[in-house]
Design a protein. Structure first.
Length: 295
C-alpha cells in the first residue's frame, strides 16, 4: 500500500507541509524554532513519519472583502501602467468569480501581491506566435500567484483576453467548472499545473519525504503527486527554473488545445500581441464585459 502524506493539513488547508522526519525529537525541535503557527501529524506507517505544517491560523472569506477603488488604487499606484491595468482586471475577475461560485470555494489564503503581476508581464515573449504568448501570460500569472485565490481561473481568462486582443471575434470554448466538458479537457490541465507548481516550490521537502519512503503527497482538492515521477534532487533555484519552464510549456499546450477546440487553427501561426496591444485591449476592449459569464 502506498505511503501517503498530506501537503495541506487535512483540518486546516492554510497550513502546508514544511518539514518531515522519522524522529519525534527532531520534528519537535523544528517546531520550537518556527516563528509561524504550526500543526503536527504523525503518520503511523510501519516506520512512522512525522510532518510539521506551518500556516496562518486566520482564513478570511472572500465574501467579506471589498476591493473598492480607493483600496485598489492605493495598492497598485507604484506599478507601471501595464501592471496597473492587469491588476485592475484580475481583481474584477476575482470579484466576478466570488459572485458566481460557492462561498466555501473562495476563502482567501494569502495577501494580494500586485507587484508580482508586473513580474509576470516581464517574463512574456511578447510578439511571439499567439499560442506562446497566451500560454506564457497564463503560466506566469499562475506562477507568481498574485491573487488570494482563483489564480488558475483568472489565468485562463487572461489567456482568453490575449487571444481576443489579436482577434476580437474569437469565441472561447466553454471552460465553466459546472460544464460537463470541464472534466473532459480543462480540468486535467489545471490538475497537472497544480502538480507542477507544488513540486516547483517544494522539491527539497519532497526529496526529504522520498528518503522517508513516502510514495504520494496529496494536496487539497484530492490532487495526488507521485514523487517518483518528478526529479527532486537539485538545488531549489534549479527547481524553480526547471519547473517554471515545464509549466510554461504546459500552458502553451493548453493554448494550442483551446484554439483546436475552438476550431481556430488559423490563429496558431498568428503573431501574438505586443505588451502595448494586450494592455490596450484590456483597457478598451472589455469595458462593458460581464465577467460573471466566464465563471
Amino acid at each position: 500500500m502506498a505511503r501517503l502524506v498530506f501537503y495541506h493539513h487535512p483540518q486546516a488547508e492554510n497550513f502546508s507541509l514544511k518539514y518531515s522526519s522519522a524522529s519525534v525529537a527532531e520534528i519537535r525541535s523544528q517546531r520550537e524554532q518556527s516563528d509561524e503557527s504550526t500543526k503536527l501529524i504523525g503518520y503511523p506507517f510501519e516506520t512512522p513519519v512525522y510532518v510539521l505544517y506551518e500556516g496562518d491560523s486566520e482564513i478570511e472569506s472572500a465574501q467579506d472583502i471589498d476591493f473598492d477603488q480607493a483600496w485598489l488604487s492605493d495598492r497598485i499606484r507604484d506599478l507601471p501602467r501595464a501592471g496597473q491595468v492587469v491588476a485592475f482586471r484580475l481583481v474584477e475577475l476575482l470579484e466576478a468569480a466570488v459572485d458566481v461560485r460557492d462561498e466555501d470555494e473562495f476563502r482567501l489564503y494569502k495577501e494580494f501581491e500586485p507587484q508580482k503581476i508586473q513580474q509576470a508581464l516581464d517574463h512574456v515573449s511578447w510578439g511571439a506566435p499567439l499560442p506562446n504568448v497566451a500560454g506564457e501570460v497564463m503560466s506566469n500569472l499562475i506562477l507568481r500567484h498574485s491573487l488570494p485565490n482563483a489564480n488558475h481561473r483568472t489565468g485562463i481568462a487572461m489567456l482568453q483576453f490575449c487571444i481576443e486582443s489579436v482577434d476580437p471575434d474569437f469565441e472561447m470554448p466553454r471552460t465553466h467548472v459546472d460544464d460537463d466538458t470541464w472534466r473532459e479537457w480543462v480540468d486535467p490541465y489545471i490538475v497537472d499545473s497544480k502538480r507542477l507548481i507544488t513540486v516547483r516550490r517544494n522539491n527539497l521537502r519532497f526529496k526529504q519525504l522520498e528518503e522517508l519512503d513516502v510514495d504520494l503527497v496529496e494536496r487539497k482538492d484530492g490532487i495526488q503527486i507521485r514523487l517518483a515521477e518528478f526529479e527532486l534532487d537539485m538545488h531549489w533555484r534549479e527547481a524553480l527554473s526547471k519547473y517554471a519552464e515545464q509549466h510554461e510549456s504546459h500552458c502553451t499546450d493548453f493554448a494550442q488545445a483551446v484554439l483546436e477546440r475552438a476550431e481556430r487553427d488559423d490563429l496558431r501561426d498568428r503573431q501574438g500581441p505586443t505588451k502595448q496591444e494586450f494592455i490596450a485591449y484590456l483597457e478598451d476592449g472589455l469595458v462593458e464585459r460581464d465577467f460573471r459569464e466566464m465563471f
